[in-house]
Design a protein around this ligand. Sequence first.
Ligand code: EPZ
Length: 419
Amino acid sequence: MEKLVVKGPTPLKGEVIINGAKNAAVAILPATLLIDGCCTIENLPNISDIKISCEILEHLGAKITWNNKNSITIDSTNINSTKAPIDLTSRFRASYYILGAMLGRMGEIEVGMPGGCKLGARPIDQHIKGFELLGANVTVEKGTIYAKAKKLKGSPIYMDIVSVGATINVMLASVLANGTTIIDNAAKEPHIVDVANFLNTMGADIRGAGTDVIKINGVEKLHGNATYSVVPDQIEAGTFMLAAVATRGDITLKNCITKHLESITAKILEIGGNVQDNGDSIRVWCNKRPGKANIKTLPYPGFPTDLQPQMGVVLSLANGTSIITESIWDSRFQYTDELNKMGAHITAQGKNAFFEGVKRLSGAPVYSTDLRAGAALVVAGIAAEGTTEIYNLGYIDRGYEKIEEKFKKLGANIERVSE
Ligand code: EPZ
Protein backbone atom coordinates (compact mmCIF):
# COMPACT_ATOMS: atom_id res chain seq x y z
CA MET A 1 0.00 0.00 0.00
CA GLU A 2 1.21 3.51 -0.80
CA LYS A 3 0.78 6.64 1.25
CA LEU A 4 1.80 10.26 0.94
CA VAL A 5 3.86 11.61 3.81
CA VAL A 6 3.72 15.39 4.12
CA LYS A 7 5.68 17.52 6.57
CA GLY A 8 4.44 21.05 7.03
CA PRO A 9 3.73 23.83 7.20
CA THR A 10 5.13 25.14 3.90
CA PRO A 11 4.01 28.29 2.08
CA LEU A 12 3.90 27.05 -1.54
CA LYS A 13 5.87 29.19 -3.97
CA GLY A 14 6.63 29.01 -7.70
CA GLU A 15 5.03 27.93 -10.96
CA VAL A 16 2.86 24.94 -11.76
CA ILE A 17 1.70 23.73 -15.18
CA ILE A 18 -1.92 22.62 -15.27
CA ASN A 19 -2.78 19.43 -17.18
CA GLY A 20 -5.68 18.78 -19.53
CA ALA A 21 -9.08 18.36 -17.90
CA LYS A 22 -9.92 14.89 -16.62
CA ASN A 23 -13.65 15.39 -17.00
CA ALA A 24 -13.27 16.52 -20.62
CA ALA A 25 -10.76 13.80 -21.51
CA VAL A 26 -12.88 10.96 -20.10
CA ALA A 27 -15.66 12.02 -22.49
CA ILE A 28 -13.48 12.80 -25.52
CA LEU A 29 -11.93 9.33 -25.50
CA PRO A 30 -15.30 7.52 -25.84
CA ALA A 31 -16.29 10.19 -28.40
CA THR A 32 -13.51 8.89 -30.66
CA LEU A 33 -15.61 5.72 -31.08
CA LEU A 34 -17.89 7.81 -33.32
CA ILE A 35 -15.08 8.35 -35.83
CA ASP A 36 -14.59 5.93 -38.68
CA GLY A 37 -10.83 6.52 -38.75
CA CYS A 38 -7.98 7.97 -36.69
CA CYS A 39 -7.49 11.02 -34.54
CA THR A 40 -4.86 12.27 -32.13
CA ILE A 41 -5.67 13.64 -28.69
CA GLU A 42 -3.12 15.87 -26.97
CA ASN A 43 -2.90 17.46 -23.52
CA LEU A 44 -4.41 14.30 -22.00
CA PRO A 45 -3.80 14.06 -18.26
CA ASN A 46 -1.74 10.95 -17.46
CA ILE A 47 -4.07 9.57 -14.78
CA SER A 48 -5.61 6.21 -14.03
CA ASP A 49 -9.11 7.10 -15.35
CA ILE A 50 -7.55 7.74 -18.78
CA LYS A 51 -5.66 4.46 -18.74
CA ILE A 52 -8.86 2.53 -17.95
CA SER A 53 -10.75 4.46 -20.68
CA CYS A 54 -8.08 3.35 -23.14
CA GLU A 55 -8.42 -0.28 -22.01
CA ILE A 56 -12.18 -0.13 -22.62
CA LEU A 57 -11.71 1.38 -26.09
CA GLU A 58 -9.17 -1.32 -26.96
CA HIS A 59 -11.57 -3.98 -25.73
CA LEU A 60 -14.16 -2.62 -28.17
CA GLY A 61 -11.69 -2.86 -31.07
CA ALA A 62 -9.96 0.55 -31.15
CA LYS A 63 -6.20 0.66 -31.69
CA ILE A 64 -4.30 3.06 -29.45
CA THR A 65 -0.76 4.36 -29.87
CA TRP A 66 0.85 6.45 -27.13
CA ASN A 67 2.82 9.28 -28.77
CA ASN A 68 4.11 10.50 -25.42
CA LYS A 69 2.72 10.42 -21.88
CA ASN A 70 0.07 13.07 -22.71
CA SER A 71 -0.85 12.23 -26.31
CA ILE A 72 -2.44 9.25 -28.02
CA THR A 73 -3.58 8.36 -31.51
CA ILE A 74 -6.77 6.31 -31.67
CA ASP A 75 -7.87 4.31 -34.69
CA SER A 76 -11.57 3.45 -34.36
CA THR A 77 -11.94 1.97 -37.85
CA ASN A 78 -12.59 -1.58 -36.66
CA ILE A 79 -14.91 -1.40 -33.68
CA ASN A 80 -15.95 -5.02 -33.36
CA SER A 81 -17.45 -5.57 -29.93
CA THR A 82 -20.60 -4.17 -28.31
CA LYS A 83 -19.78 -5.31 -24.76
CA ALA A 84 -17.79 -3.19 -22.32
CA PRO A 85 -16.52 -5.36 -19.45
CA ILE A 86 -17.90 -4.59 -16.00
CA ASP A 87 -14.52 -5.03 -14.28
CA LEU A 88 -13.34 -1.95 -16.23
CA THR A 89 -16.54 0.13 -16.31
CA SER A 90 -17.08 -0.28 -12.56
CA ARG A 91 -13.75 1.43 -11.86
CA PHE A 92 -14.87 4.96 -12.76
CA ARG A 93 -17.96 7.01 -13.39
CA ALA A 94 -17.31 8.26 -16.90
CA SER A 95 -17.56 4.76 -18.34
CA TYR A 96 -21.21 5.69 -18.90
CA TYR A 97 -20.07 7.71 -21.95
CA ILE A 98 -19.49 4.40 -23.75
CA LEU A 99 -23.30 4.14 -23.84
CA GLY A 100 -23.93 7.31 -25.85
CA ALA A 101 -20.91 6.86 -28.11
CA MET A 102 -21.62 3.21 -28.96
CA LEU A 103 -25.34 3.80 -29.46
CA GLY A 104 -24.30 6.44 -31.99
CA ARG A 105 -21.66 4.25 -33.64
CA MET A 106 -23.07 0.70 -33.48
CA GLY A 107 -26.70 1.16 -32.41
CA GLU A 108 -26.05 -1.29 -29.62
CA ILE A 109 -24.07 -1.57 -26.38
CA GLU A 110 -23.89 -3.55 -23.17
CA VAL A 111 -22.10 -1.74 -20.35
CA GLY A 112 -21.56 -2.67 -16.71
CA MET A 113 -22.93 -0.10 -14.27
CA PRO A 114 -20.48 2.80 -13.88
CA GLY A 115 -18.48 3.10 -10.64
CA GLY A 116 -16.76 6.25 -9.39
CA CYS A 117 -16.49 8.26 -6.20
CA LYS A 118 -19.17 7.61 -3.60
CA LEU A 119 -20.79 11.02 -3.27
CA GLY A 120 -24.35 9.86 -2.55
CA ALA A 121 -26.94 8.59 -5.01
CA ARG A 122 -25.73 8.89 -8.60
CA PRO A 123 -28.73 7.98 -10.78
CA ILE A 124 -28.49 7.93 -14.58
CA ASP A 125 -32.21 8.36 -15.28
CA GLN A 126 -31.62 11.51 -17.37
CA HIS A 127 -29.11 9.69 -19.59
CA ILE A 128 -31.62 6.89 -20.14
CA LYS A 129 -34.48 9.31 -20.75
CA GLY A 130 -32.39 11.06 -23.43
CA PHE A 131 -31.45 7.80 -25.19
CA GLU A 132 -35.09 6.67 -25.15
CA LEU A 133 -36.26 9.96 -26.65
CA LEU A 134 -33.74 9.39 -29.45
CA GLY A 135 -35.43 6.03 -30.08
CA ALA A 136 -33.25 3.58 -28.14
CA ASN A 137 -34.54 0.75 -26.03
CA VAL A 138 -32.69 0.73 -22.69
CA THR A 139 -32.91 -1.91 -19.95
CA VAL A 140 -30.94 -2.40 -16.76
CA GLU A 141 -30.53 -5.94 -15.45
CA LYS A 142 -28.16 -7.53 -12.97
CA GLY A 143 -25.82 -4.53 -12.91
CA THR A 144 -25.62 -4.22 -16.70
CA ILE A 145 -27.16 -1.59 -18.97
CA TYR A 146 -28.34 -2.81 -22.38
CA ALA A 147 -29.12 -0.16 -25.01
CA LYS A 148 -30.19 -0.80 -28.57
CA ALA A 149 -31.60 1.24 -31.45
CA LYS A 150 -32.23 0.63 -35.15
CA LYS A 151 -31.36 4.19 -36.13
CA LEU A 152 -31.41 7.02 -33.61
CA LYS A 153 -33.65 9.96 -34.52
CA GLY A 154 -33.10 13.53 -33.33
CA SER A 155 -35.57 14.80 -30.75
CA PRO A 156 -36.18 17.69 -28.34
CA ILE A 157 -34.93 16.59 -24.90
CA TYR A 158 -35.66 18.54 -21.74
CA MET A 159 -33.32 17.62 -18.87
CA ASP A 160 -35.19 17.56 -15.55
CA ILE A 161 -31.98 18.45 -13.72
CA VAL A 162 -28.77 20.05 -14.91
CA SER A 163 -26.47 17.07 -15.47
CA VAL A 164 -22.95 17.16 -16.92
CA GLY A 165 -22.97 13.44 -17.72
CA ALA A 166 -26.44 13.31 -19.26
CA THR A 167 -25.78 16.40 -21.42
CA ILE A 168 -22.56 14.93 -22.82
CA ASN A 169 -24.01 11.44 -23.24
CA VAL A 170 -27.02 12.68 -25.22
CA MET A 171 -24.70 14.85 -27.31
CA LEU A 172 -22.59 11.77 -28.12
CA ALA A 173 -25.62 9.68 -29.04
CA SER A 174 -27.20 12.34 -31.26
CA VAL A 175 -24.20 13.43 -33.35
CA LEU A 176 -24.82 10.72 -35.98
CA ALA A 177 -28.62 10.52 -35.51
CA ASN A 178 -31.10 11.38 -38.25
CA GLY A 179 -32.32 14.97 -37.83
CA THR A 180 -31.95 17.54 -35.09
CA THR A 181 -31.71 17.10 -31.33
CA ILE A 182 -32.25 20.01 -28.97
CA ILE A 183 -31.08 19.58 -25.37
CA ASP A 184 -32.87 22.03 -23.11
CA ASN A 185 -31.63 22.78 -19.57
CA ALA A 186 -28.19 21.52 -20.59
CA ALA A 187 -25.14 21.75 -18.32
CA LYS A 188 -22.66 24.51 -19.26
CA GLU A 189 -19.34 23.32 -17.79
CA PRO A 190 -16.12 23.98 -19.77
CA HIS A 191 -15.84 20.24 -20.43
CA ILE A 192 -19.23 20.26 -22.21
CA VAL A 193 -17.91 22.94 -24.55
CA ASP A 194 -14.68 21.01 -25.01
CA VAL A 195 -16.43 17.77 -26.01
CA ALA A 196 -18.61 19.74 -28.48
CA ASN A 197 -15.51 21.46 -29.90
CA PHE A 198 -13.80 18.09 -30.31
CA LEU A 199 -16.81 16.58 -32.11
CA ASN A 200 -17.19 19.66 -34.32
CA THR A 201 -13.49 19.45 -35.25
CA MET A 202 -14.23 15.90 -36.44
CA GLY A 203 -17.21 17.02 -38.56
CA ALA A 204 -20.17 17.17 -36.16
CA ASP A 205 -22.67 20.05 -36.20
CA ILE A 206 -23.23 21.08 -32.57
CA ARG A 207 -24.27 24.61 -31.67
CA GLY A 208 -24.86 26.34 -28.36
CA ALA A 209 -22.56 24.28 -26.10
CA GLY A 210 -21.83 26.45 -23.05
CA THR A 211 -25.41 27.74 -22.98
CA ASP A 212 -28.41 25.87 -21.59
CA VAL A 213 -29.78 25.00 -25.04
CA ILE A 214 -27.63 22.80 -27.29
CA LYS A 215 -28.67 22.02 -30.85
CA ILE A 216 -27.18 18.99 -32.59
CA ASN A 217 -27.83 18.54 -36.30
CA GLY A 218 -27.08 14.90 -37.06
CA VAL A 219 -24.38 14.29 -39.69
CA GLU A 220 -23.67 11.12 -41.67
CA LYS A 221 -20.09 10.63 -40.64
CA LEU A 222 -17.26 12.00 -38.50
CA HIS A 223 -14.09 12.17 -40.57
CA GLY A 224 -11.25 12.01 -38.04
CA ASN A 225 -7.74 12.70 -39.35
CA ALA A 226 -7.35 15.61 -36.99
CA THR A 227 -5.51 16.49 -33.79
CA TYR A 228 -7.31 17.89 -30.76
CA SER A 229 -5.90 19.32 -27.54
CA VAL A 230 -7.93 18.87 -24.34
CA VAL A 231 -8.95 22.05 -22.46
CA PRO A 232 -6.91 22.85 -19.29
CA ASP A 233 -8.35 21.40 -16.10
CA GLN A 234 -10.47 23.96 -14.22
CA ILE A 235 -10.54 21.75 -11.12
CA GLU A 236 -6.81 21.02 -10.99
CA ALA A 237 -6.21 24.77 -11.43
CA GLY A 238 -8.68 25.58 -8.64
CA THR A 239 -6.98 23.04 -6.38
CA PHE A 240 -3.63 24.84 -6.75
CA MET A 241 -5.25 28.29 -6.36
CA LEU A 242 -6.80 27.21 -3.07
CA ALA A 243 -3.53 25.54 -2.01
CA ALA A 244 -1.81 28.92 -2.42
CA VAL A 245 -4.34 30.49 -0.05
CA ALA A 246 -4.41 27.64 2.50
CA THR A 247 -0.59 27.62 2.79
CA ARG A 248 -0.27 31.43 2.56
CA GLY A 249 1.93 30.99 -0.47
CA ASP A 250 2.39 32.54 -3.91
CA ILE A 251 1.75 30.34 -6.94
CA THR A 252 1.56 31.11 -10.66
CA LEU A 253 -0.50 28.62 -12.67
CA LYS A 254 0.40 28.14 -16.33
CA ASN A 255 -1.78 26.55 -19.03
CA CYS A 256 -5.11 27.55 -17.56
CA ILE A 257 -8.15 29.44 -18.83
CA THR A 258 -8.76 32.21 -16.33
CA LYS A 259 -12.37 32.72 -17.49
CA HIS A 260 -13.15 29.20 -16.18
CA LEU A 261 -11.80 30.17 -12.75
CA GLU A 262 -13.95 33.23 -12.07
CA SER A 263 -16.10 31.72 -9.30
CA ILE A 264 -12.96 30.60 -7.45
CA THR A 265 -11.19 33.92 -8.01
CA ALA A 266 -14.22 35.78 -6.62
CA LYS A 267 -14.20 33.74 -3.40
CA ILE A 268 -10.43 34.04 -2.95
CA LEU A 269 -10.69 37.84 -3.24
CA GLU A 270 -13.65 37.84 -0.81
CA ILE A 271 -11.59 36.08 1.90
CA GLY A 272 -8.60 38.39 1.49
CA GLY A 273 -6.39 36.51 -0.97
CA ASN A 274 -4.91 38.09 -4.10
CA VAL A 275 -5.39 37.04 -7.70
CA GLN A 276 -3.66 38.45 -10.76
CA ASP A 277 -5.13 37.40 -14.11
CA ASN A 278 -2.41 37.33 -16.79
CA GLY A 279 -4.59 35.92 -19.56
CA ASP A 280 -3.18 32.42 -20.00
CA SER A 281 -1.68 32.26 -16.50
CA ILE A 282 -2.92 33.29 -13.10
CA ARG A 283 -1.02 34.24 -9.94
CA VAL A 284 -2.58 33.62 -6.54
CA TRP A 285 -1.04 34.69 -3.25
CA CYS A 286 -2.09 35.24 0.31
CA ASN A 287 0.00 36.63 3.16
CA LYS A 288 -2.51 36.66 6.00
CA ARG A 289 -5.07 34.43 7.63
CA PRO A 290 -8.05 34.15 5.23
CA GLY A 291 -11.41 35.59 6.26
CA LYS A 292 -14.65 33.62 6.55
CA ALA A 293 -17.09 33.11 3.65
CA ASN A 294 -20.25 31.27 2.80
CA ILE A 295 -20.19 29.03 -0.27
CA LYS A 296 -22.91 27.21 -2.13
CA THR A 297 -21.90 24.69 -4.78
CA LEU A 298 -23.77 25.06 -8.07
CA PRO A 299 -23.53 23.96 -11.71
CA TYR A 300 -21.15 26.10 -13.82
CA PRO A 301 -20.67 29.07 -13.71
CA GLY A 302 -21.38 28.65 -9.97
CA PHE A 303 -18.80 27.46 -7.44
CA PRO A 304 -17.89 23.87 -8.45
CA THR A 305 -18.68 20.98 -6.13
CA ASP A 306 -15.35 19.44 -7.21
CA LEU A 307 -13.53 22.26 -5.36
CA GLN A 308 -15.73 22.16 -2.27
CA PRO A 309 -13.36 20.01 -0.13
CA GLN A 310 -10.31 22.08 -1.12
CA MET A 311 -12.24 25.25 -0.18
CA GLY A 312 -13.18 23.45 3.05
CA VAL A 313 -9.47 23.30 3.98
CA VAL A 314 -9.13 27.06 3.45
CA LEU A 315 -12.22 27.81 5.53
CA SER A 316 -11.02 25.45 8.29
CA LEU A 317 -8.16 27.92 8.72
CA ALA A 318 -10.18 31.11 8.27
CA ASN A 319 -10.81 33.81 10.82
CA GLY A 320 -14.46 33.25 11.80
CA THR A 321 -17.19 30.74 11.04
CA SER A 322 -18.09 29.84 7.46
CA ILE A 323 -20.87 27.73 6.00
CA ILE A 324 -20.61 25.53 2.93
CA THR A 325 -23.84 24.34 1.34
CA GLU A 326 -23.38 21.36 -0.97
CA SER A 327 -26.24 21.42 -3.44
CA ILE A 328 -25.06 18.84 -6.00
CA TRP A 329 -24.15 15.70 -4.00
CA ASP A 330 -25.78 14.20 -0.89
CA SER A 331 -22.59 12.90 0.65
CA ARG A 332 -19.62 15.14 -0.03
CA PHE A 333 -18.64 16.10 3.51
CA GLN A 334 -16.96 12.83 4.48
CA TYR A 335 -13.57 14.58 4.33
CA THR A 336 -14.60 16.82 7.24
CA ASP A 337 -14.11 13.90 9.69
CA GLU A 338 -10.55 13.58 8.38
CA LEU A 339 -9.89 17.33 8.70
CA ASN A 340 -11.25 17.21 12.26
CA LYS A 341 -8.57 14.59 13.03
CA MET A 342 -6.10 17.34 12.04
CA GLY A 343 -7.61 19.79 14.52
CA ALA A 344 -10.28 21.44 12.36
CA HIS A 345 -13.63 22.34 13.94
CA ILE A 346 -16.22 21.33 11.37
CA THR A 347 -19.78 20.17 11.93
CA ALA A 348 -21.51 18.65 8.90
CA GLN A 349 -25.31 18.43 8.97
CA GLY A 350 -27.10 17.28 5.83
CA LYS A 351 -26.38 19.69 2.99
CA ASN A 352 -24.50 22.17 5.22
CA ALA A 353 -21.16 22.14 6.96
CA PHE A 354 -20.13 24.73 9.55
CA PHE A 355 -16.44 25.61 9.64
CA GLU A 356 -15.33 27.28 12.86
CA GLY A 357 -11.92 28.45 11.71
CA VAL A 358 -8.84 27.42 13.70
CA LYS A 359 -5.42 29.13 13.66
CA ARG A 360 -3.57 25.98 12.62
CA LEU A 361 -4.06 22.36 11.63
CA SER A 362 -1.81 19.61 12.95
CA GLY A 363 -0.56 16.56 11.03
CA ALA A 364 -2.36 13.22 11.46
CA PRO A 365 -2.94 9.95 9.58
CA VAL A 366 -5.96 10.55 7.29
CA TYR A 367 -7.84 8.67 4.56
CA SER A 368 -9.00 9.96 1.18
CA THR A 369 -12.73 9.32 0.97
CA ASP A 370 -12.96 10.34 -2.69
CA LEU A 371 -10.84 12.04 -5.37
CA ARG A 372 -11.28 15.70 -4.40
CA ALA A 373 -11.30 14.86 -0.69
CA GLY A 374 -7.89 13.27 -1.24
CA ALA A 375 -6.55 16.41 -2.95
CA ALA A 376 -7.94 18.52 -0.10
CA LEU A 377 -6.11 16.37 2.47
CA VAL A 378 -2.83 16.87 0.59
CA VAL A 379 -3.38 20.65 0.75
CA ALA A 380 -4.29 20.38 4.44
CA GLY A 381 -1.12 18.35 5.10
CA ILE A 382 1.08 21.00 3.46
CA ALA A 383 -0.60 23.76 5.52
CA ALA A 384 -0.54 21.78 8.79
CA GLU A 385 2.17 21.64 11.43
CA GLY A 386 3.91 18.28 11.71
CA THR A 387 3.52 15.07 9.71
CA THR A 388 0.40 14.04 7.82
CA GLU A 389 0.07 10.59 6.28
CA ILE A 390 -2.54 10.31 3.52
CA TYR A 391 -3.91 6.87 2.61
CA ASN A 392 -6.21 5.62 -0.21
CA LEU A 393 -4.13 7.22 -2.95
CA GLY A 394 -6.04 5.33 -5.65
CA TYR A 395 -8.68 8.05 -5.50
CA ILE A 396 -6.17 10.87 -5.96
CA ASP A 397 -4.34 9.11 -8.81
CA ARG A 398 -7.65 8.86 -10.70
CA GLY A 399 -7.67 12.62 -11.27
CA TYR A 400 -4.30 14.29 -10.59
CA GLU A 401 -1.14 13.61 -12.62
CA LYS A 402 1.82 13.21 -10.26
CA ILE A 403 0.30 15.37 -7.56
CA GLU A 404 3.26 14.98 -5.19
CA GLU A 405 5.79 16.02 -7.85
CA LYS A 406 3.86 19.20 -8.62
CA PHE A 407 3.61 20.12 -4.94
CA LYS A 408 7.28 19.23 -4.39
CA LYS A 409 8.28 21.68 -7.15
CA LEU A 410 6.34 24.34 -5.23
CA GLY A 411 8.43 23.62 -2.13
CA ALA A 412 6.28 21.09 -0.27
CA ASN A 413 7.97 18.39 1.78
CA ILE A 414 5.97 15.47 0.38
CA GLU A 415 6.95 11.88 -0.48
CA ARG A 416 5.10 8.85 -1.82
CA VAL A 417 6.06 5.91 0.33
CA SER A 418 5.28 2.19 -0.17
CA GLU A 419 4.45 0.31 2.99
C1 EPZ B 1 -19.71 15.12 -13.26
O1 EPZ B 1 -20.37 14.01 -12.67
C2 EPZ B 1 -18.28 15.04 -12.81
N1 EPZ B 1 -17.72 13.78 -13.28
C3 EPZ B 1 -18.18 15.14 -11.30
O2 EPZ B 1 -16.81 15.22 -10.97
C4 EPZ B 1 -18.85 16.44 -10.83
O3 EPZ B 1 -18.91 16.46 -9.42
C5 EPZ B 1 -20.28 16.53 -11.39
O4 EPZ B 1 -20.28 16.35 -12.83
C6 EPZ B 1 -20.95 17.86 -11.08
O5 EPZ B 1 -20.18 18.91 -11.61
C7 EPZ B 1 -17.37 13.64 -14.55
O6 EPZ B 1 -17.46 14.56 -15.35
C8 EPZ B 1 -16.82 12.33 -14.95
P1 EPZ B 1 -24.09 15.24 -12.88
P2 EPZ B 1 -21.82 13.57 -13.19
O7 EPZ B 1 -24.78 14.29 -13.79
O8 EPZ B 1 -21.89 13.84 -14.64
C9 EPZ B 1 -28.11 14.26 -10.44
C10 EPZ B 1 -14.81 14.62 -9.91
O9 EPZ B 1 -14.42 14.71 -8.72
N2 EPZ B 1 -28.42 13.36 -11.58
O10 EPZ B 1 -23.85 16.63 -13.34
O11 EPZ B 1 -22.03 12.18 -12.73
C11 EPZ B 1 -26.94 13.76 -9.62
O12 EPZ B 1 -27.35 12.82 -8.66
C12 EPZ B 1 -16.22 14.16 -10.20
O13 EPZ B 1 -14.10 14.87 -10.88
C13 EPZ B 1 -29.67 12.76 -11.63
O14 EPZ B 1 -30.51 12.91 -10.74
O15 EPZ B 1 -22.73 14.59 -12.40
C14 EPZ B 1 -26.41 15.06 -9.03
O16 EPZ B 1 -27.15 15.40 -7.91
C15 EPZ B 1 -16.96 13.74 -8.99
N3 EPZ B 1 -29.96 11.96 -12.71
C16 EPZ B 1 -26.69 16.09 -10.14
O17 EPZ B 1 -27.68 15.50 -10.97
C17 EPZ B 1 -29.08 11.77 -13.74
O18 EPZ B 1 -29.42 11.04 -14.67
C18 EPZ B 1 -25.50 16.46 -11.01
O19 EPZ B 1 -24.88 15.27 -11.51
C19 EPZ B 1 -27.83 12.39 -13.66
C20 EPZ B 1 -27.51 13.18 -12.58
